[in-house]
Design a protein around this ligand. Structure first.
Ligand code: WT7
Length: 641
């Protein structure tokens, strides 16, 4: 394994906020005397009532809870807006770069954003939205997406953002789960010149979700809106509301948002994040990991439909008074130079993106990059999946011109913000390693029986103690929260990831060890795709596994058993899944299998299916418990044919 050290000092044009000694000292305090550490850190937020209680969490079943700053009162939108107005009122808060490069970009200063959000919040109030209500957002990457989130936060409503690539069925499932009665959407979205019919998708979802009575539509296209009963045009309502909307005082533990994510079993889980702990974590990690300085332009090229967008497009940067760039488009349209042109146009200092994007751009050729200046770039970031050392080197050398450290940040929807990552300038980097834990984060690696492994080792990645940004519960299913994360290894939070620790104590994430696959940095549960497949009338049974994919990281391989006498084309089934879940879940391969390898007790041996999908036919391991060993030969024969 490559373990070249990259010396960060030579790569920074000015000294970073923390050096190795500063980090070691802060880390030691954060673990050794958490109360004193967090007592000082809470002042990065503006509290209506400063908390006097800190970590009151326990990962043990008997007194299980995740709780921080429980007597604190604050308002998240006031922290992201009002408190900056005196000093930063005329500073850009959001720079918006549209899909179409020839269309005008938009800049909103903190003062302008504050006004828009107050007005947006008043529109929500007028529609009857109250503190604690769940508001579903299904929006393109436009400033109104951030406004809608912060407007909810202002009045204490809980937002649930659904990624714009999900199908009506998936939207409806999420609306029903959190019993949401209002959805904010747009007439359409634009991505790479293609139109996404958002309003129509929500209309279709409404038929499946009886609780949804109100739809608020933001017009983005030239054509006037055509409204159905229950639909309201945002521009019409906002025309006569007040500019003033006092922020609702919220308890630190009140939910700020729900974000659905896939797990290894069943339907997506509603991950619940808190107001106080989450915002503190988003703000602290954004400031420290990206060594953020006032006046810089920070670009997280994710979608607000994912946690990365929540924490590093909206909440972290705005809490820190940063200028955050929102990009509506895609990296390869109209040309593979788009990212770097955006960097030059808006003088971006930090670009945070995903390995899958880098791999796609890498193969288009360096000339798309080198034709641009990129001189404003100071720092690069990578997130979503392990970054392969080739992509790391390319990112560092070509887009980064050899000048910019790479923050390879490991975290999860559940963690709220970064957990393991190099702090720029603080210590040497190794391409492909997320390096060392952030303040307050105590990782351990355990074997299959939960025994802690010391020194250089490999196993299951767990976290020993709570941190402020940790999710608080699964919406409406606290028992599932405990079962999913705390029951595999007693007293520990289990991440679902495999991990290696090297002789220097650096962490290397090796990928999911559960039935979750990571397709282009998007997380999908194999069980969800299987459920979608068996809904098709021709399908009797399905088993889905991931396989290594050059661009996407992992691809989706579906084994399908048809009902006797039924027929289906693979393309039909691919389109079926696409319609049921959304384009990101479209299987790359459908293998019509004669049977599945099962144990005598009927359990599918996924390990074997993964090997067959990978094309590794030599290492099936122990197959003695198979009910019908011949099935494996048949599957292999199909693959080599
Ligand atoms: C899973 C979480 C939170 C960011 C977006 C994805 C993988 C994420 C890294 C990284 C290696 C990574 C893990 C994790 N992952 N970042 N820097 N290096 N793996 O959030 O959808 O909740 O997925 O993404 O497997 O468990 P998510």
């Amino acid at each position: 394994m490559a373990s070249t050290f990259f010396d960060p000092d030579s790569e920074l044009s000015h000294p970073a906020a923390l050096d190795a000694k500063g980090y070691a000292e802060a880390y030691r305090r954060s673990i050794g005397d958490g109360e004193a550490y967090w007592n000082a850190e809470v002042d990065r937020l503006d509290w209506i009532r400063r908390p006097t209680r800190f970590d009151e969490s326990s990962f043990d079943e008997a007194d299980f809870q995740v709780r921080w700053f429980a007597d604190g009162l604050l308002n998240v939108s006031a922290n992201c807006l009002d408190r900056h107005l005196d000093e930063l009122g005329d500073t850009p808060a959001i720079i918006w770069e549209p899909d179409d490069p020839s269309a005008a970009s938009r800049t909103l200063t903190y003062r302008e954003l504050h006004r828009e959000i107050c007005r947006f919040a008043n529109v929500l109030k007028r529609l009857g939205v109250k503190r604690g209500d769940r508001v579903t957002l299904y929006l393109p990457m436009i400033p109104e997406a951030a406004m809608a989130m912060l407007a909810c936060a202002r009045i204490g409503a809980i937002h649930s953002v659904v990624f714009g690539g999900f199908s009506p069925e998936s939207i409806a499932q999420r609306i029903v789960d959190c019993d949401s009665s209002i959805c904010i959407t747009a007439d359409q979205g634009l991505r790479g010149g293609k139109v996404v019919p958002l309003q129509a998708n929500v209309a279709a979802a409404a038929k499946l979700a009886p609780s949804l009575t109100t739809r608020l539509i933001i017009r983005t296209a030239d054509a006037p809106l055509v409204l159905e009963p229950g639909e309201h045009e945002y521009a019409v309502l906002v025309a006569d509301v007040d500019d003033d909307c006092p922020p609702e005082p919220m308890n630190a533990e009140d939910p700020l948002f729900i974000l659905y994510t896939s797990g290894s079993t069943g339907k997506p889980k509603g991950v619940v994040h808190s107001s106080g702990g989450y915002l503190l974590w988003a703000s602290l990690t954004h400031q420290t990991a990206f060594d953020y300085r006032r006046g810089e332009v920070f670009w997280c090229a994710a979608d607000v439909g994912w946690i990365t967008g929540h924490s590093y497009i909206v909440y972290g940067p705005l809490a820190n008074g940063a200028t955050t760039l929102m990009f509506e488009g895609v990296p390869t349209w109209p040309t593979p130079a788009r990212f770097w042109e955006v960097v030059d146009r808006h003088q971006v200092t930090t670009l945070f993106t995903a390995p899958t994007v880098l791999r796609a751009l890498m193969r288009e050729g360096d000339h798309h990059v080198t034709s641009t200046s990129r001189i404003s770039l100071r720092l690069l970031g990578s997130v979503g999946e392990p970054i392969n050392p080739e992509a790391w080197r390319w990112f560092h050398e070509v887009p980064g011109g050899g000048r910019c450290p790479i923050v390879d940040m490991w975290w999860q929807t559940e963690t709220g913000g970064g957990m393991i990552m190099p702090l720029p300038g603080a210590w040497p980097q190794k391409p492909g390693s997320a390096t060392l834990p952030f303040m307050g984060v105590e990782p351990v690696i355990v074997d299959g029986e939960g025994r802690r492994l010391e020194g250089a080792t490999e196993g299951n990645l767990c976290i020993v103690r709570s941190w402020p940004g940790q999710m608080r519960t699964v919406w409406n299913d606290h028992e599932r929260f405990f079962q999913t994360y705390f029951s595999t290894f007693r007293g520990l939070y289990f991440t679902g990831d495999g991990c290696r620790r090297d002789e220097d104590g650096y962490y290397w994430i090796t990928g999911r060890v559960d039935d979750v696959i990571n397709v282009s940095g998007h997380r999908l549960g194999t069980a969800e795709i299987e459920s979608a497949l068996v809904l098709h009338p021709a399908v009797a049974e399905a088993a889905v596994v991931g396989f290594p994919h050059d661009l996407k990281g992992q691809g989706i391989h579906a084994y399908v058993i048809l009902n006797a006498g039924s027929a289906a084309e693979s393309e039909q089934l691919r389109q079926w899944v696409r319609k049921e879940i959304g384009p990101i879940a479209t299987p790359d391969r459908i293998q019509f299998a004669p049977g599945l390898p099962k144990t005598r007790s009927g359990k599918i041996m996924r390990r074997i299916l993964r090997k067959v999908a990978e094309g590794d036919f030599a290492n099936f391991g122990d197959t003695s418990t198979l009910a019908e060993p011949g099935v494996v030969d048949a599957l292999v024969a199909q693959r080599v044919a």
